[in-house]
Ligand binder design. Structure first.
Ligand SMILES: [Zn+2]
Length: 111
C-alpha cells in the first residue's frame, strides 16, 4: 500500500493512486506526492503508537471528570485529597502525552 501526502495541507491518503482531490483542502491529485518507503514505514508504525497515546488521553479525561465529581461530592478530606491528586496527575500526564505527540509529528511519525 502506498501513502500519498497532500503538499498543500499534509493530508495522508492510503492507496495505489492519489485521490482525485484532497478530501481536506480540495487540492488536485497532482498536488499529492508519494511518500518514500522509509517515510511510509515510519507513518505506519507510528499510527499504532499514536493511537495508544490518543486512547490514554481519552481515559485521562475520564479520570479528571470522575475526580471532579468526587471532589465536588465533598466527602472527608482524605477522599478530596485523592480526587485532587488524581486531577493533577491526569492533567500532567495528559500534557506529557501531548508534548510527545508534538515530538512525533515533528519527526514525521504521524498520519
Ligand atoms: Zn490537502
Amino acid at each position: 500500500m502506498k501513502i500519498w501526502k497532500c503538499t498543500v495541507c499534509g493530508y495522508l491518503h492510503d492507496g495505489v493512486e492519489p485521490p482525485s482531490s484532497c478530501p481536506k483542502c480540495k487540492a488536485a491529485a497532482e498536488k499529492f506526492e508519494e511518500l518514500s518507503e522509509e517515510q511510509s514505514k515510519l507513518v505506519e508504525r507510528s499510527r499504532e503508537s499514536n493511537q495508544y497515546h490518543v486512547e490514554l488521553l481519552s481515559l485521562l479525561e475520564q479520570v479528571k471528570e470522575i475526580s471532579v465529581l468526587g471532589r465536588e461530592d465533598g466527602l472527608d478530606p482524605g477522599c478530596v485529597a485523592i480526587f485532587q491528586q488524581a486531577i493533577q496527575a491526569a492533567t500532567e500526564l495528559g500534557q506529557s502525552i501531548r508534548a510527545e505527540i508534538v515530538a512525533h509529528i515533528s519527526k514525521g511519525k504521524w498520519g
